[in-house]
Design a protein around this ligand. Sequence first.
Ligand code: SF4
Length: 373
Amino acid sequence: MNSMTGPERLEGVAGRHWHRLDDGRIQCDVCPRYCKLSEGQRGLCFVRGRQDDRIVLTTYGRSSGFCVDPIEKKPLNHFLPGTPVLSFGTAGCNLTCKFCQNWDISKARQLDRLQDTASPEDIVRAAIATGSRSIAYTYNDPVIFLEYAVDVAKAARRHGIKNVAVTAGYIAAAAREDMYRWMDAANVDLKAFTEEFYKRLCTGHLAAVLETLEYLKRETKVWFEITTLLIPGHNDSPQEVKRLSEWVISRLGPDVPLHFTAFHPDYRMLDLPCTPASTLTTARDIAREVGLHYVYTGNVHDERGQSTYCPECGERLIGRDWYEITTWRLSTDGRCGSCGAAIPGLFEARRGSWGQRRMPVRIGRGDRGVLAS
Ligand code: SF4
């Protein structure tokens, strides 16, 4: 928690998940940190704080930027493949990962990074104008801008635009229901499979993330995929990869896609090498041997590891070269074009054709991209 140093007022929109404690403090119930705040204090995420005897979200309506990406970049390989997704984030994060790949946003203490102001309706208009099929709450974790993400998601749904959460899954029970009611898909980071890793490198708890994954499987219809960033020497041992894969298959089933992605030195872990491609391939082999049907590699060039294969007959159904779809062998009803096996996910009769493009969008201003208002 960070105390205010001056007479700064925390301007923002009222948060929904908090309660008053007997000692007069207010507890934020959005994530398992449960920050207990006195008047004027901010939580660990920095973007929520107590002002006028309630919790406010200081980043509502403010973004660090908008961009249209391929959906495969989230990464989601079984959700409207080949389509564009309007992506945005705000600032701050509720984990403190030393290896963060978006640290300039997630660790931002200067909210003046948030240059784009946009209402939910502005964002949905931009999604429609860019032909985006979905909106992704990403770059930093939507858990900490929950009220803003949910309002955008509600507006999106009214217009037939889908919603995608890219998240570490570090969220408390009531907030979880609030958020996932409005989500159609999620990519959840499972950062490692030891409590020790979460404690030492993220100051969080693995158990809370596993609970979110089980909740998604058990109690929602949200399509979700899992990503594990393999960091040399920290979470990439074959034994840990095997334990993680076994947990996924036993608790979530064989059809939940699992992505092993390569680490690049960043933030406070600049002394480590990049993850070798061979580590990702070995992890993929282990997870497939355990019985998972859809295991992918990411952040490296690996057409084999990024393509989707039929678990019944082995046919390459969706070939991928980075984010470009090179092969499409699915039937119009999402089945294997060779043996007819049903492939889980959300597929349309035809693949999207967005390709690898990344298109920055300025909302409400006219100097680049598409105007939304
Ligand atoms: S979202 Fe989490 S980190 Fe932020 S104030 Fe609430 S409990 Fe603390």
